[in-house]
Design a protein. Structure first.
Length: 150
């Protein structure tokens, strides 16, 4: 997925088992953020930063949707534990991470494995990708400011 591309209409199934469609957010800009795993330090910091600045993001016309390959049940626990005010897509079949090009080989402590690259896509009111915050650019503890201060 690149800047100028039209984002897919169906984003997936959220933590409640409901289908999330881009058209549900028509008229708003969408912060679609992909993260590696629920309840890990960096992912929790990022989610909590977006939670703490959710009112400011909404005031600026944004809504937030998180995506990881964790299950809906895992997402429910993550949302409850951290009082997250936005939906998380359970991309267990990896359809969305592959469609957006954020799934690939990673290395940690010399071990190679497949995982999600922490990436944020800003989608405009018409469903077009307008901005991408790449893995090396995402600051988990200041992510809302990165989005708001384009």
């Amino acid at each position: 997925m690149n800047i100028g591309d039209k984002a897919p209409e169906i984003l997936g199934i959220n933590e409640l088992g409901e289908e999330i469609r881009l058209s549900d957010y028509r008229g708003k800009k969408v912060v679609l953020y992909f993260y590696p795993k629920d309840s890990t330090p960096g992912c929790t910091a990022q989610a909590c930063n977006l939670r703490d600045n959710y009112a400011a993001l909404q005031e600026a016309g944004y809504d937030v949707i998180g995506v990881s390959v964790d299950s809906g049940k895992s997402h429910q626990k993550f949302i409850q534990k951290n009082a997250l005010p936005f939906h998380l897509v359970a991309d267990t079949d990896k359809r969305l991470v592959e469609q957006f090009g954020v799934w690939g080989e990673k290395t940690m402590c010399g071990r190679k494995y497949m995982g999600t690259f922490r990436t944020t896509f800003i989608i405009d009111e018409e469903g077009v990708v307008r901005r991408i915050i790449a893995p090396k650019e995402v600051k988990t503890k200041e992510h809302a400011a990165q989005i708001l201060n384009e």
